[in-house]
Design a protein around this ligand. Structure first.
Ligand code: PHE
Length: 347
């Protein structure tokens, strides 16, 4: 029996040394130490021994078992380490390989110009606000002194949602003048950028959807001089001090007096032609209309509960795309909406 135990031990240690995977190790554990294992089989024969031999053999069997268990643990640790080593080697990465650059986007040129304009006006004390694109005709027209039947209310110019012409896509951010005066008392200084919609055919300077930046200042003793000062200041900041602008008298129902401001065409530099052809950017005008403006009509102030005998104000509506075209030297407004990355990457 002693020899049997010796043999079991030798075979077991050799087999364990040869095992190379956790699975084969587990198989060996069952075979060597399990209920149906070789060692158990030997122990079952202990009954046949004499009482003197029994404790000696028992001790020896326990020692063999302990040796096998110790070896098992040792191999387990070694195999685990080897597996880990192999995994680390297989998954090794070369940290010196240059990474793949991720293409990072940037602001759309129009938003860059909008941000610039907002910053300038915030610096002059204006509050920037947002308002609804789906608007009531009363805000877009009526309370701005644009009476029923006025051509700008025509169905051929305006996108209406209903048969009564009461709800529409706003045609101008001037609706925000009413919304702001309704909820604020003078002195007030508001800037409201946003989208507006008109039934226009798209060409180099027109689009059925475009952006305006509405400005409104109402306080005591506000004059046309304040309006011109604010607008010239902003144009100088956007285009530089040699910016050529001109004011023309105009008519808007909600301002009196009213004007429009043009910027000299950046493409033909005011000549209206390029190589003997009519300049396509300004249609030969030499100037590009940038904004409408004027002194807030007393009737509009009254419509918002503001006393026109005490307060006066000015308002303007800047065309953002056209301003961006001049600022970024873009010749066709449609490029701004095409979102061709080859175009956008230039800014
Ligand atoms: N809302 C006018 C337009 O869309 C522009 C404007 C704004 C004119 C404010 C005067 C005052 O043409």
């Amino acid at each position: 029996m002693k020899e049997q135990l010796e043999q079991i031990k030798l075979n077991a240690l050799a087999a364990l040394d040869a095992a190379a995977t956790p699975a084969s190790l587990e198989e060996l554990r069952v075979k060597l130490l399990g209920k149906k294992g070789e060692l158990t089989a030997v122990l079952k024969q202990m009954g046949k021994l004499s009482p003197e031999e029994r404790p000696i053999m028992g001790q020896m069997a326990n020692a063999v078992r302990a040796d096998i268990e110790a070896k098992l643990e040792e191999r387990k640790a070694a195999i685990h380490a080897a597996v880990l080593e192999a995994k680390l080697a297989a998954e090794a990465i070369d940290v010196t390989i240059p990474g793949e650059t991720v293409a990072v986007g940037h602001q759309h040129p129009m938003n860059q110009v909008l941000q610039e304009i907002k910053d300038i006006f915030v610096g002059m004390g204006y509050t920037v606000v947002d308002g609804p694109e789906v608007e009531f005709a009363s805000y877009n027209f009526t309370r701005l002194n644009i009476e029923e039947g006025h051509p700008s209310r025509d169905r051929s110019d305006t996108f209406y949602f209903d048969d009564n012409d009461e709800v529409l896509l706003r045609t101008q951010t001037s609706s925000m003048q009413i919304r702001f005066m309704e909820t604020h008392t003078p002195p007030l200084c508001m800037l409201a950028p946003g989208r507006v919609f008109r039934k226009d055919e798209a060409d180099a300077t027109h689009s059925p959807m475009f952006h305006q930046i509405e400005g409104l200042v109402v306080a005591e003793n506000i004059t046309m001089g304040d309006l011109k000062g604010a607008l010239i200041n902003i144009m100088n900041k956007i285009y530089g001090h040699d910016a050529q602008v001109r004011f023309r008298p105009h008519h808007f129902p909600f301002t009196e007096p009213s004007c429009e401001m043009d910027m000299q065409c950046h493409k033909c530099h005011g000549t209206g032609e390029i190589d003997g052809n009519v300049c396509s950017t300004c249609h030969g005008e030499g100037w590009i209309e940038l904004l409408g403006a004027g002194m807030v009509h007393p009737e509009v102030l009254r419509n918002c509960g503001i006393d026109p005998d005490k307060y006066s104000g000015f308002a303007f509506g800047i065309g953002l795309e056209r301003t961006a075209m001049g600022r970024m030297k873009i010749n066709d407004l449609r490029l701004i909406f095409d979102n061709d990355v080859r175009f956008l990457n230039q800014f």
